[in-house]
Design a protein around this ligand. Sequence first.
Ligand code: NI
Ligand code: MN
Length: 229
Amino acid sequence: MPQITWLGHSTFSLTLASGEVIVVDPFIDGNPSFPSGYEFSRVDTILVTHGHGDHLSGVPGLAGQFAPRVVANYEICNWLAAHGVANTVPMNFGGTTAVGGVTVTMTPALHSSAIEQPDGRNVYGGNPGGYIVRLEDGRAVYFAGDTDVFGDMALIRELHAPDLAVLPIGDVYTMSPRGAAVAARLLQPKIIIPAHYGTFPPLTGTPAELQALVEVPVWVLTPGQPVTW
Ligand code: NI
Ligand code: MN
């Protein structure tokens, strides 16, 4: 059975039935909700939704340690390659690629994606996105990335029918729980895992607010504690 582990903020580790490990949006140094003492034992694939540091900053370290394939939009892959990351897999919206025994499809998001440089300049980071991961058993997980709710989530439902939706709920930089409740109506997942909340004081949305608005179960994960799904 696949396992999903929240590592705080928008960072997730997905262990597949094959044993392969997919890490989404690694944010380790500077992530107050990253579980202390957590050690990665294996990373086969990294999925990057967009160029902001709270989604991208952990990539070079994990890439150096585990040499995974790194899936991101074309522009972020170029930037990563220029910064010493090998095995990049550039994609764009609507495309699907096989990674390990599963497939990954890039979906749009309503956000921004600049890559902030140490001197404060913003480098163009392509368009922000999300991912559908289609597992070996046919079920699909949707990692929405940072986004507001958008009407084309209905198309994501039509095309991919995700069973599990990982949605940001923190507000300010993404949709709020109220927005996520509308996303749930459009996506019709069987389970929601909320993310991108509570990490920093401005991210005030809570899972309880979302659960009060939706029938579908909202799983509140504890960082570092895997759940089998
Ligand atoms: Ni962002
Ligand atoms: Mn973010």
